[in-house]
Design a protein. Structure first.
Length: 680
């Protein structure tokens, strides 16, 4: 793949790197592209960072050097589409004072100058102005300061009268020093090791970036000048402090330690919960505690740390991907992959072997894919990990699916349905017989909806049988069965035998082929309530799909009673949520002229949401109920166009309509709804 895409529009030359500018190959390609452009007389350069997740100190130095080369020639350098992390890096290093930066949303651009009213004022007065403390607390703190000699801010934090975050923000405004939420991407791994670890721990500082002779240093105490003097003597660099919480400095310092076979991983694992345990699959009652392994292999500790962090952050999948120069570790959070770590490439085989041991797989088999299961307990709850390996040219790729049983939504009230949709869904579930289908792509929450329906229907008076592949969550009273295709125990075969077990309700995990579909339809016609899933894009697609499978339309029209289509959309992060007024174009596009002023929400990006602006997901739904008119249409073997026309005439609320409603009430954004589902 091309490392840097170069294009020319008018007098402007666009350079678009296709990867992280921490990577030496991509950085070298960009440097060559810039040099070629300048040598060709192209001096109006625009650097598009849309595909760049992170940058390092070398790039920052190059940006300043390129600007100095272009300025005498009458040229310019502009950065566009930088993500929030890169915006913060440019801000704290002051590179944005020399180079024009346009973020992906101009409303998110940094304000480079704080109001002068903050400068050179007393800290106590500023805290009172911002109503962060009251006068009585300030008086008490001043008295303690006179008695102990401690700083005012330290006393206020120790007494709990003000949070460290609020104090540092005000202190930053008072001293003209930036305050940041320190997180991965806001420090250069090559610079973080510039100081001796003992010095960093003793002074509670953390090197972030170096721009020529200026060292950007994170600290929670910007007034401890002798610390800066000592570091300046050690490094020979001018010190530029930025403010960050002490706990964030400590955490990022631990994560900055290089992970290799010689390192003591016990320092990296200080965040592990003591009750985190790995369950031996062969002996379910035999538990091995992670804290007992801390003196063992660093690889063991690293794997345990990754699993715990994934569970803590709410990741649904863990990806370990080898490449030529490094191993990439990514978490899938709310449907999106985020890079969290880059161990050395030679460490990857050891990580794979450790995971195979945990899953009781053959560590010597590296040519064929393997599947396994790992069980862990943490914070008093059990978590299943489904492991899948796939051989590639650089080694085996590993994916771990995280199944946190405590996070499962087994109640209809928690499916995030609108009141109208929930009422319709419950009416369908109260029917004595018929086929109910849940449709959507992989990962859209279909199984969760089925479990919620089973939990709603579950009672001692009913016989409920499920056929699943695999059985993800165990439900009391319900008879659950696992498909085992290797021995011929398929959906269809189990379903045939289930019908002889006198069931009232049958849940089929997925209808994959004609035989299962035929038996499910026959079961629905003979007095059973059957629930299942299909992989179709919309509710009407389920009808067309079953007819294509060979189900007779007249049988389907009698058996099918409802189809629920759904998607998962990300919700706005509550920590960084902001509101704005909808633009005239949006008002016109969505026909909101009668709504008056429409306020929408978005997230600016923060450490809690990995700078995405989103945290968590909710489902949007469309429910197609089969009425006599639709039954008559199904009998005629309709096309997809016929079914779409029926939906328009019936004024059914579609997935897109449901998503837009969620955006209007501030739960998600228009961009997210359009990304996941759009009928336009």
């Amino acid at each position: 793949m091309t490392e840097v895409i170069r294009s020319r529009i008018g007098v402007n030359t666009y350079l678009s790197p296709q990867g992280s500018l921490v990577d030496s190959i991509t950085l070298e390609s960009l440097q060559n592209a810039v040099n070629q452009a300048i040598q060709s007389g192209e001096i109006q350069l625009i650097l598009d960072l849309i595909k760049v997740p992170s940058i390092n100190s070398r790039l920052l130095e190059l940006l300043v050097e390129w600007r100095d080369q272009l300025l005498p020639k009458g040229g310019s350098l502009t950065l566009v589409n930088a993500n929030p992390v890169i915006i913060d890096v440019l801000y704290i290093t002051e590179v944005d004072k020399y180079i024009k930066v346009l973020s992906r949303n101009t409303q998110d651009d940094k304000t480079l100058t704080e109001p002068l009213r903050y400068l050179n004022q007393r800290l106590g007065n500023l805290l009172l102005q911002e109503q962060l403390v009251n006068a009585e607390d300030i008086d008490k703190a001043l008295q303690l300061q006179a008695a102990t000699g401690k700083r005012l801010g330290t006393i206020l934090i120790e007494k709990g009268w003000v949070s460290e975050t609020n104090l540092l923000k005000i202190l930053g405004k008072q001293l003209g020093i930036p305050y940041i939420n320190l997180r991965p991407g806001l420090w250069d791994p090559a610079i973080s090791t510039l100081l001796n670890p003992e010095i960093c721990q003793r002074f509670m500082v953390f090197p972030l970036f170096k721009v020529h002779k200026k060292l950007i240093l994170a600290t929670s105490d910007p007034q401890d000048l002798h610390v800066f003097d000592e570091i300046r003597k050690l490094t020979g660099f001018t010190i530029k402090p930025v403010l960050a919480k002490s706990e964030e400095i400590a955490r990022q310092f631990k994560e900055s330690i290089d992970i290799d076979a010689d390192i003591n991983m016990s320092e990296y694992l200080t965040e592990l919960e003591e009750d985190f345990e790995v369950m031996d699959n062969a002996l379910p009652d035999d538990y091995t505690a992670i804290d007992e392994m801390s003196s063992g292999s660093p690889v063991v500790n690293l794997i345990n740390a990754l699993i715990q962090r994934a569970i803590r952050d709410g990741a649904s999948d863990i990806h370990l991907e080898p490449s030529r120069t490094k191993c990439r570790v990514r978490f899938r959070l709310d449907g999106i992959l985020y890079e969290v770590m880059n161990p050395a490439a030679d460490l990857h085989p050891a990580l794979v072997s450790r995971l195979k041991v945990m899953a009781n797989l053959d560590i010597a088999e590296r040519r064929l894919p393997q599947d396994g299961r790992i069980q862990v307990t943490t914070q008093g709850r059990a978590v299943d990990l489904r492991l899948s390996t796939l051989p590639g040219i650089f080694g085996e790729k590993i994916v771990l699916r995280v199944l946190d049983k405590n996070k499962s939504l087994l109640e209809i009230d928690k499916l995030s349905m609108t009141q109208q949709n929930q009422s319709t869904f419950i009416k369908l579930l109260k029917r004595s017989h018929g086929l109910i289908l849940v449709t959507g792509p992989t990962g859209s929450g279909k199984t969760t909806t089925l479990y919620a329906a089973i939990n709603y229907l579950n009672s001692i008076e009913k016989s409920i049988v499920t056929i699943e592949d695999p059985v993800e969550y165990q439900v009391d009273i319900v008879n659950q069965n696992q498909v085992k295709e290797m021995i011929g125990l398929t959906f269809a075969k189990i379903l045939k035998h289930v019908l002889r077990q006198d069931p009232d309700i049958i849940m089929v995990g997925e209808i994959r082929e004609k035989e299962t579909a035929e038996i499910a339809v026959q079961a629905a016609l003979t007095g059973h309530l059957v629930l299942s899933t299909l992989h179709t894009n919309e509710s009407t697609g389920a009808i067309a799909r079953l007819i294509e499978m060979g189900i007779e339309p007249y049988l389907l029209s009698s058996a099918l009673i409802g189809v629920i289509a759904q998607r998962l959309i990300r919700t706005v992060c509550p920590e960084c949520k902001t509101t704005y007024v909808a633009s005239p174009e949006e008002i016109e596009r969505f026909n909101w002229q009668q709504e008056g002023v429409v306020r929408l929400s978005k997230g600016r990006g923060c450490p809690l949401c990995y700078d995405s602006g989103y945290k968590g997901r909710i489902a949007c739904h469309e429910i197609l109920t089969v009425n006599p008119k639709l039954q008559r249409l199904i009998v005629k073997n309709p096309t997809q166009d016929d079914l779409n026309e029926f939906v328009k005439e019936s004024a059914m609320k579609t997935l897109y309509d449901d998503g837009i409603e969620r955006a209007l009430v501030g739960k998600t954004t228009l961009e997210e709804v359009t990304r996941v589902v759009s009928y336009e």
